[in-house]
Design a protein around this ligand. Structure first.
Ligand code: ZN
Length: 386
């Protein structure tokens, strides 16, 4: 099958983040196994989803993991001009469908090159590592990496995460952490503000805490000019509470989005936030004993990517794309997990991130072609002792 034919097949599985992905993963599994390659599925707890990994080539150290996700973001409420789950080729040279760019295009480039990989005399192995639930917080990748470490006696060296980057190598990304907070205060007449605990007022203090935390990191010089903005950001995106100006609010919810530079610790900020909320509880419980602030993770921290500028991965990706330049991004991906697990990791995939997550998402035929050529070049490179 050509890359485009495979992409047509893959986009027809309408698997959103959080949904059962068994149909698409089993299609991929049988496709791979039809070339005589053994695959391993890594299921979630209740067997409704699975990641997949496999190795093509010899069991020797130094291999390259090609990583991608099988889930896509929703289409509901978006003004799509065509069926999002059917690949539509238009005269503008673009292929339209949800996931065409993010990131079934890259999966198709990998899968279409599989016959060449199998035939090639690879000196160093290639691995596929395809996950579920990336779009709702990279939930499948940790168990996948764990299973890769358990399954293979040799150690891969590199990971190429094919998120849409117009095939521009990316060596840095911020970590992302979303935190949900529920402030439980006491209700009463607004004039009793000193005798009750207003959940709105306490929520406002948390907003100020977040902003001051961000500013203090900047003031202490924690900046990295490779990123835009060049500092960690703490941002409260939603806040809901209260029913009337003259009623003290007994409940307010807020959500906090924290994007950390690799040098700042998302874990530490989370601990500090929890400590601050505990301190507020202590202070206000004498006024209202039921005062409580619940702080929970919306999803685990998506780790930062911080590949060194001297990494061999830059040389590897340069050899197969012809592009030795690198940049950084502010979106999340599974790259941070591969990096944390010890693989020299780089994001590089076909299509533009501008197309991702929006209506009428597309990938150009040119990018799909170049993406396939990148994987073909990798195969040729790994036939040599590079
Ligand atoms: Zn993606």
């Amino acid at each position: 099958m050509t890359t485009q034919e495979i992409l047509k097949k893959l986009v027809a599985f309408p698997v959103l983040g959080g949904e059962n992905n068994l149909e698409i993963i089993h299609w991929i599994k049988s496709y791979i196994e039809s070339f005589g390659v053994t695959t391993t599925l890594v299921p979630n707890e209740d067997n409704t989803k699975a990641s997949l990994h496999c190795r093509i080539g010899p069991s020797v150290d130094g291999g390259v993991i090609l990583s991608g996700h099988t889930d896509v973001v929703p289409v509901k409420g978006q003004p799509w001009e065509t069926n999002p789950f059917e690949l539509i080729e238009k005269e503008d040279g673009n292929l339209y469908a949800r996931g065409s760019c993010d990131m079934k295009g890259y999966l198709s480039c990998c899968l279409a090159t599989l016959p060449e990989m199998v035939k090639a005399d690879l000196k160093t192995p290639i691995y596929f590592a395809f996950t579920y639930d990336e779009e709702i917080g990279c939930l499948g990748v940790a168990s996948l990496i764990e299973d890769i470490k358990k399954t293979y006696s040799e150690t891969p060296k590199y990971a190429i995460i094919g998120e849409a980057s117009m095939l521009q190598p990316i060596i840095g990304q911020k970590s992302i952490h979303i935190i949900d907070i529920i402030v439980n205060g006491s209700q009463g007449h607004s004039s009793r503000i000193k005798q009750e605990v207003s959940a709105v007022h306490e929520a406002a203090k948390i907003v100020i805490w977040a902003e001051e935390k961000m500013n203090s990191l900047i003031d202490f010089g924690s900046t990295d000019e490779r990123f835009t903005p060049p500092h960690s950001s703490l941002h409260v995106g939603t806040i809901n509470g209260g029913i009337a100006p003259n009623i003290i609010a007994n409940k307010t919810t807020l959500s906090l989005d924290i994007r950390c530079l690799p040098q700042d610790s998302a874990e530490t900020i989370y601990e500090e936030l929890k400590n601050y909320c505990k301190q507020r509880e202590k202070e206000q419980q004498p006024v209202f004993s039921g005062f409580k602030i619940d702080v929970t993770e919306n999803h685990p921290i998506v780790h930062a990517l911080n590949t060194s500028e001297d990494s061999d991965a830059i040389d590897l990706i340069g050899r197969i794309t012809g592009n030795y330049n690198w940049t950084t991004v502010s979106y999340a991906s599974e790259a941070g997990y591969f990096s944390k697990a010890g693989y020299e990791s780089i994001i590089c995939g076909p299509g533009s991130i501008k197309q991702a997550h929006r209506a009428n998402e597309f990938i150009s035929k040119d990018q799909l072609q170049k993406g396939t050529e990148m994987i073909q070049s990798l195969v040729k490179l790994l036939e040599t002792t590079f």
